[in-house]
Design a protein. Structure first.
Length: 359
């Protein structure tokens, strides 16, 4: 599939966050280098990696590191290396005087590496790249893409065509499969997102189902999953960046809610396909803490008075006990239980996100 030739091909900046995960990152890059869409740049944000990530990404771009992937087969006779790289320190990019010089402006499909001095988390790590892109690269769309994903060759064509079909569409999400589900690659992880504000839960439609075409229609959804998240520049400028208070998890749901409240539609596009390894670089304790904490932040910010009360009843009457049993007795890991309790307490106590429109 190609972008409609009667329409101008929009510029897309693809943002990939790396933290000690260069092997996943270069596989993701290799899949992007095979896509049929042509008008894009790639921004890799290295979030303070403590290993050889930057060096190995450079080696990959110079053609000196092979990519072993079951989903990105070798293409005989095709050489897509070397890839030109521009490298910046975060402080340099965020200085008032930074500008792209003329030689940088005229290049397309370049790879830009932003080196952060520490781990800013998913939210602010992406914000650093978004601010740079909006200031210096002038994209029409930005695509936030997890480094542990592999993309279909036509995924961006389908996503952009759908995004351009209606000016009300602000955010587009693909169909996301598990990279490896017991050896299978046709098991759905995400076919659109649904929110239950009464229980404080977010759901992946189609999760763990074999794809037999049951979710093959474009539809409006409550949220788009953050591992592959295409957003219109105009929407970003109107509603602002990702809220850094979340650090990781629930931040994309918050962003989608703000887009919805600003009048934008969020859509799921099944022809656009991505495979995700699912938190390959995230420790369970980290994930449990932030999911537990951030759910309270989100509900406190967006739910009505009755929804929040319903959530609290559901949580303290059922979920608190269920998850405590899960971590202490089923998984037999008191550290996970401590992270769950600490995240819950911190989520309740943090006051930065006091409700503004509770009614």
């Amino acid at each position: 599939m190609k972008i409609d030739e009667e329409l101008e091909c929009p510029k897309v900046d693809i943002i990939i966050l790396n933290w000690n995960g260069w092997k996943d990152t270069i596989e993701c890059l290799e899949s992007i280098n095979r896509i049929t869409y042509t008008n894009y740049d790639i921004i890799i944000v290295d979030n303070g990696s403590e290993n050889e990530s930057i060096e190995m990404i450079r080696e990959y771009c110079n053609g000196r590191v092979a990519v072993n992937s079951k989903l990105v087969p070798e293409i005989e006779g095709r050489n897509n290396k070397p890839i030109e790289i521009l490298e910046y320190e975060r402080e340099e990019l965020e200085s008032e005087g930074h500008k792209l010089d003329d030689s940088e402006k005229i290049r397309n499909n370049k790879l830009i590496i932003i080196k952060n001095e520490k781990n800013y988390g998913f939210a602010e790590g992406n914000n650093i790249a978004i601010r740079y892109a909006l200031k210096s690269l002038n994209p029409d769309y930005l695509l936030l893409l997890n480094n542990d994903t592999v993309v279909d060759r036509e995924f961006l064509d389908y996503a952009i065509n759908a995004a351009m079909s209606d000016k009300k569409i602000g955010i587009v999400g693909p169909k996301i499969y598990y990279y490896d589900f017991n050896g299978r690659t046709d098991i759905i992880n995400f076919a659109g997102g649904r929110l239950d504000m009464w229980k404080g839960r977010s759901y992946h439609i189609g999760e763990d189902e074999i794809d037999v075409g049951q979710y093959d229609k474009i539809k409006i959804v409550d949220f788009v999953e953050g591992s592959a998240f295409l957003v219109k520049k105009d929407a970003l400028r109107e509603i602002g960046l990702i809220d850094p208070i979340y650090f990781a998890y629930w931040e994309e749901v918050d962003f989608c809610m703000r887009a919805f409240k600003a009048g934008y539609e969020l859509i799921y596009v099944p022809e656009s396909k991505v495979w995700h390894k699912i938190s390959s670089s995230v420790e369970d304790r980290f994930k449990i803490y932030y999911i537990s904490r951030n759910r309270f932040l989100f509900l406190n910010k967006y739910s009505t008075r009755n929804q929040y009360l319903s959530f609290l009843i559901y949580f303290f009457a059922y979920q608190l006990w269920f998850l405590s049993f899960l971590y202490l007795f089923y998984k037999r890991d008191p550290r996970l239980f401590k992270c769950f309790i600490r995240g819950t307490i911190d989520g309740i106590l943090i006051t930065d996100n006091k409700p503004k429109h509770r009614h």
